[in-house]
Design a protein around this ligand. Sequence first.
Ligand code: AMP
Ligand code: MG
Length: 501
Amino acid sequence: MTKERELSLSNTPMKDTGFRFDTRYTTLPPVLYHLGEPAPARRPEVVVFNARLAEELGLRLGELSGDAQASLLSGRARAEGSVPFSQAYAGHQFGGFSILGDGRAHVLGEHLTPDGRRVDVQLKGSGPTPFSRGGDGRAALGPMLREHLISEAMAGLGIPTTRSLAVVTTGEPVLRERPLPGAILTRVAASHLRVGTFELAAAATRNAPELLPALMDYAIERHDPELREAESPALAFWEAVAKRQAALIASWMRVGFIHGVMNTDNVTISGETIDYGPCAFVDRYAKSVVFSSIDEGGRYAFGNQPWIARWNLARFAEALLPLVDEDRDRAVAKAQERFAHFEGWMNEAWADMMRDKLGLPGRDEDDIALATDLLALMEASSSDYTDTFRALSGATALPAALEGARGWGTWKARWNTRSGRGQDEAPSADARERMRRANPAVIPRNHLVEEALAAADGDDWDPFHRLLSALESPYGERDELTPFQQPPPASFAGYQTFCGT
Ligand code: AMP
Ligand code: MG
């Protein structure tokens, strides 16, 4: 039976699905990927389908029967033009270098969208690959639902992210601490190129010197074609990636997002957020908030994210050195000169983001201090991050603990003065509007995400869909949002998230 399915998988591609595959990645040297098909799931069933995203992508999956949809989105059937492969990459994980690769994912191909974009369509949880390193190549339903929910919430928040087209259960258990329902997520990404992809090519330079230039050409063509003519395409590309990362991290900090595992294999070249394993959102603010169970040293703590991005971009610059100059010392000097700018870009991105959150007009050199001092007051009073900014933008009353904090009155006076208003005046309508566009009314609060996933596990899908739908447009207060705006109850203390599940 399995054989037959494998044969049909190879022999009868499905037509008229709307997929327009035009895959270029597999023209690169084969060290960078492995051609191989997903392991057919036994009884695939679509449990979540993102109809709006399907439409944006020009897909006609809604017209297929449930069975055909499930076959396609689990890798049991293949759309015309799809030649699946897994990607090889390396990465610094918690500081240590490893050779990695998609251990449980298959890229179905590069799809051309009606609006002229090229996106990767990837199945995650689709079976073992040569990169599985002993893992089963599968994923459990809970973590795939979590990725769907959070990546779609990030998209709603206006933050660059990979998207989720669907979650399909496989009808087979996966073995974790206990057997769990298996599932496959269809991930759509501007590309799956990571800092780690370049680290792999750089590590292979001695034996395969053609790898790094080929990868660079492909990446520039795909993400920054205007840089082809730059004086040093490699340095210009590094700068483009670094600026996208600075903007991305600033937007994470804007909404209180903690990625949780900012290893270089999880840092995209496109500037999209990727990999939602151990991520979480800050509630009671502290710079050092960490939820990930394996992050014992707090390496990926909320307030550390800008500086971890800097560390990751240093690894990226190192990987590009052979392309910068044939003389190693000169390459290092040129890369260092460019790298020195990152701190400024990151600080400016962060400061601009805080100016939006606080509704500050123009730019003042003391803005970073003003924002940092507010965060210190929030930390001292254990104030909720989202609620504090909602309150400052006039949506709700200030958290009592913050108002009672020593130094609050002085800070508020500084804020008023900096904003150009009198001490008894509220922010102008314009300032409030700007603040409301920067400060979400609703975020995927950790306890609600866990409640929704637990309910779905018990086959009650209502909380999952209600939360997903509340997060579609997270700016602007509406009565329907009230149930999703409450901070976690005290009983929720000690929350932990997990990797690679
Ligand atoms: P992640 O934490 O999702 O970034 O994964 C880190 C690495 O472990 C990637 O190379 C994954 O493909 C691999 N991996 C995670 N889970 C599994 C699994 N169940 N089977 C095989 N490989 C896995
Ligand atoms: Mg990863």
